[in-house]
Design a protein around this ligand. Structure first.
Ligand code: PAJ
Length: 284
């Protein structure tokens, strides 16, 4: 059974009861408009914990563009149905007033890596992400929290915050789920016009196949992408592009980097880069 919580106090009471009973919890924070990528995090959490909590909250503070925030897909009924089918135990559905009693006067800042790549193009974005993730982690009181490698920089910053503040929750990375044509699953993909959707797989291909970041950017511009950046950092190639006003981000391991076994769920199903069948080293 999947139990929704709109009342934070009711959830905190529920979690206290679970803690007293010694039940472990895995937590998957999301902004909804769920797809197989999110569900792979739920699946991983279910395999490692007694219970799984998913939160759905479209966090206004992390959108630098008002239109992007307003256009962000909201489909809670569909999400609930998917979470029931995926076997999530609890769903936290906080309101903005619940999560921001301080009206965002209190924030977590990382002053170095958060200002590069995505952070350079979206000022304040990662402060807002870290702030809401800290709030959610405090409410969840989970043993483990699951974050996708799709948002590589976010994952690194969340791990850094957990270390810096001695948070008791282990941050677990989960590999990117892709369409069979290589496009990373994203809630924003639905906003791509048909012609742009047909072009979109070239993004992942260019990141994976070009010899250098410059070459990847050149190939992408030649195919009609607006390139925000392509950069190699610590054995990973990260990129952000825009196609018809829709912004896409992705990243791939560089040669020799950990790729993980591929998993195919069927002819039309998504492809997992690492897991759910892959080796799961919690500290990797
Ligand atoms: P959202 O974009 O909804 O993503 C929720 C989680 O799903 C993130 O950890 C993200 O990396 C993961 N995810 C998204 N697409 C994926 C894919 N194709 N394969 C694997 N994992 C994928 O990221 C956020 O929400 C927000 O910033 C949040 C952390 C919830 C804070 O507001």
């Amino acid at each position: 059974m999947t139990k929704p919580f709109t009342d934070l106090q009711a959830w905190r009471e529920e979690r206290r009861t679970q803690c007293r009973a010694g039940r472990s919890l895995g937590f998957v924070p999301t902004m909804g408009a769920l797809h197989e990528g999110h569900l792979s995090l739920v699946q991983r959490s279910r395999s490692e914990n007694d219970g799984t909590l998913v939160s759905i909250f479209v966090n206004p503070t992390q959108f630098d563009d008002r239109v992007d925030y307003e256009k962000y897909p909201r489909r809670v009924d569909d999400d609930m149905q998917m979470l029931r089918a995926a076997g999530a135990d609890y769903v936290l559905l906080p309101t903005q007033a619940d999560l921001y009693p301080d009206a965002f006067r209190y924030r977590v800042s990382e002053v170095d890596h958060s200002r590069t790549l995505e952070g350079a193009h979206r000022p304040g974005h990662f402060d807002a992400v870290l702030t809401v993730v800290l709030k959610l982690l405090q409410l969840a009181r989970a043993e483990r929290a699951y974050f996708g490698e799709k948002d590589w920089q976010q994952l690194q910053l969340v791990r850094g915050m957990a270390d810096a503040f001695f948070l008791p929750t282990l941050i677990v990375p989960v590999g990117t789920v892709r369409e069979l044509d290589g496009l990373a699953l994203s809630s924003r993909n639905r906003r791509l016009a048909a012609a742009d959707r047909a072009k979109a797989p070239a993004f992942h291909r260019a990141l994976a196949e070009a010899a250098t970041p410059d070459e990847a950017a050149h190939v992408l511009r030649g195919s009609g992408f607006v390139v925000d950046y392509v950069q190699d950092v610590d054995g990973r190639r990260l990129g952000a592009v825009r196609l018809g006003g829709v912004r896409l981000i992705d990243n791939v391991p560089l040669n020799g980097g950990p790729k993980g076994p591929h998993y195919e769920s069927g002819p039309k199903g998504p492809r997992y880069e690492s897991g759910p069948e892959g080796p799961h080293d919690e500290d990797s």
